[in-house]
Design a protein around this ligand. Structure first.
Ligand SMILES: Nc1ncnc2c1ncn2[C@@H]1O[C@H](COP(=O)(O)OP(=O)(O)OP(=O)(O)O)[C@@H](O)[C@H]1O
Length: 342
């Protein structure tokens, strides 16, 4: 367990981490998210006593990092994969670390095998690719067989097979009851790996919640319907007090609709459906929605280089047309009292 209490870090007038309090619990993978410059690396560095907090504290299983004898046996971390000594072989880099924490030498070969670097164990690490460097950093984190592991951007530079491997490794370590804390900007990857999320923006805590709740609370869920008899369907839905919006491609969307109820209504009225699907925003959309107000660095689209930035997610109506009823009134605004509701 990692516990932060009122953790704060100021660099001159800049508050990088602002009164952060949360716990990272064992048995699950906890993802650490935040836009660029949110304070993730600074927080992780303070967890490892590499930066001194301006105020507040971090406890690793109830103790300060500096009070841990042989800390690699309690907490292993991948922060900067390039921090290894380039002139030393992978094996000797790990051996030095092992000796400094009284870890038996046999662990060096074990972790090299775990990360798939046995064949290059004697090669100098300065010749390693980005992905090999990441694997070596992960090996150093695993060396002391610690109960707590922290990974800052672990999939950086890894190929798809490597990404798959680190995902399964983190899940397996959590399943053994270990505490796994991982930051990544790759939302699709985080969605597949993390069970719990800590989200920060401008150094402050924005969310401490399960992955499922985070997506549910920060995004719109709706049911999408397409029908060649869409006018009939619209009429049926409106008569049942169901609020509908129509998209540019002719589909109908029902916010928070119950898919079973909508399917049954269509069947009762013998309406052919070409699509009836529940839609939930992705972690990326939910993340952008939540952190929209705390993004420090925005790209500009007028440089002439590269594509324009993605539009901010819009859960509102602007890209959809309101549905007009026969008398020109907006079906979406019909009273729910004249039907069964969804
Ligand atoms: N040594 C330092 N001196 C001055 N400012 C710093 C220092 N380290 C970090 N900062 C500032 O603190 C803020 C938080 O930086 P940090 O690197 O922790 O963010 P991050 O969330 O890890 O960002 P990224 O996702 O881009 O890696 C940034 O504004 C950064 O410029």
């Amino acid at each position: 367990m990692i516990e932060l209490a009122g953790l704060t870090k100021r660099f001159g007038s800049k508050t990088a981490v602002d009164d952060l309090s949360f716990q990272v619990r064992p048995g699950v993978v906890t993802g650490f998210l935040g836009p660029n410059g949110a304070g993730k690396s600074t927080t992780m560095r303070m967890m490892l006593d590499l930066d001194n907090p301006t105020s507040g504290s971090v406890r690793i299983d109830g103790r300060h990092y500096r009070d841990l004898d042989e800390p690699l046996k309690y907490i292993g971390a991948l922060l900067d994969a390039k921090s290894m000594h380039g002139g030393r072989s992978a094996y000797n880099n790990l051996l030095c670390l092992a000796q400094s924490n009284r870890i038996p030498e046999r662990r060096v070969a074990e972790v090299l095998d775990t990360v798939g670097l046995t064949a290059v164990a004697k090669k100098k690490s300065k010749g390693f690719s980005l992905g090999m460097g990441q694997r070596l950093g992960i090996a150093s984190a695993l060396l002391g067989d610690p109960e707590i592991l922290m990974f800052d951007e672990p999939v950086n530079g890894l190929d798809p097979e490597g990404i798959h491997w680190i995902r399964n490794l983190m899940k397996a370590l959590a399943a053994e009851g270990r505490t796994i804390f991982v930051s990544s900007h790759l939302m699709s990857e985080m969605a597949l790996t993390a069970d719990h999320l800590i989200v920060i923006g401008q150094g402050r805590l924005l969310a401490d919640t399960s992955m499922a709740d985070f997506i549910r609370q920060n995004s719109r869920s709706f049911v999408r319907l397409r029908s060649p008899q869409w006018e009939h369907l619209l009429d049926v839905l409106a008569r049942n007090g169901i609020t509908v919006t129509q998209t540019a491609d002719g589909a109908l969307e029902v916010d928070n609709g119950r898919i079973e109820r909508l399917g049954e209504l269509a069947a009762q009225h013998q309406i052919v459906l070409h699509e009836l699907s529940g839609q939930q925003a992705s972690l990326e959309e939910a993340f952008m929605q939540m952190t929209a107000g705390s993004v420090e660095y925005h790209a500009h689209s007028d440089t002439g280089h590269g594509p324009p930035p993605a539009p901010a997610p819009n859960w509102g109506e602007s890209y959809r047309t309101k549905v007009q009823g026969p008398a020109g009134n907006i079906t979406a605004e019909r009273s729910a009292s004249d039907g069964e509701g969804v």
